[in-house]
Ligand binder design. Structure first.
Ligand code: FES
Length: 149
């Protein structure tokens, strides 16, 4: 099958019952998307599929054939961080950081579609993400600041 990951076209032959998260982490070594609940409930594994946030732990690999996938690694690079990543660091928005890559991916999709979101729109966009450290307020503030930048 063929798909594009972080703007790189790849071809592979993997079992159809593999998940996208398994491909990303186990085969390609992309550690941005995390395995949390494994059931599509926590958002730790969030990626963009054709620009839309999707949990990858429960997404069958066959379903992304010929689609474009973006992970945290596709948002920014060391030395060239995404605007959201800069502000998240400035706001100290992460605590343990486990949920952050998924949140950054969802927030980037929000700002792409809605450059000046309201607080309610930010909360709605991040509704699928669990942060067990309770850093929600700092996370929301960071997204608001990134939108203003
Ligand atoms: Fe995929 Fe929790 S690990 S939603």
């Amino acid at each position: 099958m063929n798909l594009t990951i972080n703007n790189q076209k790849i071809s592979l032959g993997l079992p159809e019952n593999s998940t996208l998260l398994s491909l990303l982490r186990d085969e390609l070594g992309l550690s941005g998307p995390k395995l949390g609940c494994g059931e599509g409930e926590c958002g730790a594994c969030m990626v963009l599929v054709d620009g839309r946030p999707q949990t990858s732990c429960n997404l069958p690999l066959w379903s992304v054939q010929d689609h474009q996938v973006t992970t945290l690694e596709g948002l920014g690079k060391a030395g060239q961080p995404h605007a959201l990543q800069k502000v998240f660091i400035e706001e100290n928005a992460g605590q343990c950081g486990y949920c952050l890559s998924g949140i950054l991916v969802s927030a980037s999709a929000l700002l792409q579609q809605t450059p000046q979101p309201t607080r309610a729109q930010i909360c709605e966009a991040l509704d699928k993400h669990l942060c067990r450290c309770g850093a929600h307020e700092r996370i929301i503030r960071a997204v608001e600041r990134a939108a203003q930048a």
